[in-house]
Design a binder for this molecule. Sequence first.
Ligand SMILES: [Zn+2]
Length: 424
Amino acid sequence: MDKRYKAYKGNIIYSQDKDTLISKENSYIMVFNGMVKGICKQLPEDFPEENIVDWGKRLIIPGFCDMHVHAPQFLQRGIGMDRELLDWLNTYTYPNEAKFADKDHAKKIYSAFVDELLRNGTLHVNCFPSIHYGASEILFQILEQRGLFAFTGKLNMDQNSPSYYIEDTEQSIRDTETFILQHQNTKNVKTSIVPRFSITCSEKLLAGLGELVKKYEVPVHSHMCEAVNEMKVCKELFPNYKNGADIFYKNNLLGETPTIMAHCIFMDDDVLERMDNSNCMAVHCPDATANINAGGIMPVKKLLDMGIHLAIGSDIGSGANFSIARGIASTIQHSKIRNMFDSEWEAVNLAEAFYMATRSGGRFFNQVGAFEEGYHFNALVIDDSNMYHEMELTPIERLERFCYAGDDRNICMRYILGTEVKIV
Ligand SMILES: [Zn+2]
């Protein structure tokens, strides 16, 4: 037996597909050089004892994926939650994000932000930055130093934005290209193109960013079909396009490369057709949907059954909670509320919501979110002993209880590529 193998023992859970949670009780995850080699009940006789990490009854699950989160909005979460989206952006968000022109401020806040992600078990993240090149670079570096698997870039907005927080179109495109070129040989963090949303981007800017997508084959991250008012303004600004998806699609920003679109609440047949593409992913952000009064709830079950790729996002700061475990519970709860008004689609279950938060959410990071051979050993150890074991519960019931009633105190270890992650 190669002495570099490690074995992690516990109650192991991961998603095989959207309908199937695999649960292996008292088993070992075999890991070589940070990569999963398989799961077994018995170790080979010659397995070196010093390479066994015994987590006893604890659960071992894949690290979570937060596929839509605004790093600069770390400061404003839970504030202005009684506002409508566009009102909230103008009153709270733009003044807050403008402060990231100060690099010292960015360094302090982004360090705390990344700590909070890790504390909550998010090991894979898709970040929205601010428009500032310097602050965006700082965020990129902190994510890379801390080892997370991440997409981030430099935000773009050149219209319908306040005078203190707006870019020149040509400069925005040039800076984005420079950002891509300066972050090409990185490890776990990759550059994405991040137009805020159609309202704040001119057609010229969108077309220019689309050219960069084709030239450098980088992913795209934006918002789409989020709120009734937002869609109304979008229609007025872009009368020659059928809908929000059409604006991105015709400017090479949807489906050319991995495309991660937050919200996707209002999905008519044309939008669904555009999103039904192996390169596209829609991110459900239940906390934000409830807080900012979008006017609807994503039809999660319908999209899952259609085979559209889905993930969960905290959407800090219109979402107020970093925990993707909590996002799993909220996804189930929101789908039940939606079902009350639209009985055509059932509520989603734990297996489906957990799949969105792990394996499905991680699909663009390449082999994260599960424990099959060839996957990265990016994992969480869940200690729920403070919830007591006097009831006979299966590991999957304990996972459910952790999502609904647990918090970061129950995450006793985080591994990225088999290395322990230190929480500051
Ligand atoms: Zn957002």
